[in-house]
Structure formats: structure tokens, C-alpha cells
Write a protein that binds this ligand. Structure first.
Ligand SMILES: C[S@@+](CC[C@H](N)C(=O)[O-])C[C@H]1O[C@@H](n2cnc3c(N)ncnc32)[C@H](O)[C@@H]1O
Length: 155
């Protein structure tokens, strides 16, 4: 089993309630197959649903209020993912975004062409997370940077 594929969903599943479930999105065919295989091997196929496709297309179709939303995909889309996460949240939902400090580029004066869009959008994500009155957010310097936001209001 390749532990990295589906790893986050498998880790979060430890904290599911009896009737809880996890919805996850992946667009890469090979990664989808490997993640489904890993999830099956661990006996979690009834608990973790893998949606196939681009999150940018699929998320607007979702219509649930999740307890926890984990963002760990295309960095250039983080502000869009946050907008969707807020829509799919309720008061008390935790929105966790990985890689928000992106190798230290985000908090430095990094402005090279390569990765410029990703860095600009991660900066935008952090700004919204820290300034939106509906959110209470903290940036944690663990790994590549985690932004943990609690939804404290929906209006
Ligand atoms: C860093 S990995 C995440 C790994 C995941 N947290 C796990 O534990 O398996 C990022 C994944 O997001 C996928 N991805 C990136 N942008 C995406 C998008 N817009 N829609 C769907 N999947 C996306 C990539 O194909 C890649 O597999």
C-alpha cells in the first residue's frame, strides 16, 4: 500500500462518529485508483467517498454542511476553495488548509515568475482567513504551514 494516497482521509477517519463519513475529491486517475485501493485495504470504503474530477467543477455541486474541511490541492485555487468551504460550513466547522506557507515563499518577498500565482493566491487565502469576521484563524508553522480556521458566524 502506498501510504501517501488517501492518507489524510484515512487519518481523519479515526475521528469519525459511528454514522460519520468523509467526502474527498481527486482529479488524477492513477491517484484515484491508488487511494480507493488503500481505502479498501483498510476497510473504510463505506466511510470514505472518493469523488472523481476537478474540485473547481465539483465543489459548487456539493450541498452539505461539514464538521471539518481539509484543503490540500492546487495552491492557485485556495481562495476559491475557501469560498466553497465557507459555503459548505456551519458555525463550529473547522477549515484546515495545508501548505499555506509554501516553502517560506508566502511570508517572504518572493516574487519570481515560477509559482507566482500560487504564492499570490496563498497570500490571499491567509488574508481572507485572518480578516473575515466569520472566521477565527491561526497560522501554524508545522510542516509547510497550516491555516486552521473556525467558522464562528455564518452572516
Ligand atoms: C498534496 S496531494 C494531497 C494528498 C492527500 N491529502 C492525501 O492524503 O492523499 C494533492 C492532491 O490534490 C490533487 N489535486 C490538485 N488540485 C486538484 C483539483 N483542482 N481538483 C482535484 N484534485 C486536485 C492532486 O492530484 C494531488 O493528488
Amino acid at each position: 500500500m502506498e501510504p501517501q494516497l488517501g492518507y489524510s482521509a484515512i487519518c481523519f477517519s479515526e475521528f469519525l462518529s459511528e454514522d460519520g463519513k468523509i467526502d474527498t475529491i481527486e482529479r488524477d486517475e492513477e491517484r484515484i485508483k491508488a487511494a480507493i485501493q488503500n481505502i479498501k485495504e483498510i476497510g473504510l470504503e463505506g466511510k470514505i467517498n472518493v469523488f472523481k474530477g476537478d474540485a473547481v467543477d465539483l465543489l459548487p455541486e456539493f450541498d452539505e454542511n461539514y464538521d471539518l474541511i481539509f484543503i490540500d490541492a492546487a495552491k492557485g485555487k485556495y481562495p476559491f476553495f475557501l469560498e466553497q468551504a465557507l459555503r459548505l460550513s456551519k458555525v463550529g466547522t473547522l477549515i484546515i488548509a495545508d501548505n499555506v506557507l509554501y516553502k517560506g515563499y508566502v511570508m517572504s518577498d518572493y516574487n519570481k515568475h515560477k509559482q507566482r500565482t500560487a504564492v499570490r493566491n496563498l497570500r490571499e487565502y491567509i488574508k481572507i482567513a485572518l480578516e473575515d469576521p466569520k472566521l477565527e484563524s491561526k497560522i501554524l508553522e508545522v510542516g509547510d504551514g497550516l491555516c486552521v480556521s473556525e467558522v464562528i458566524s455564518k452572516s
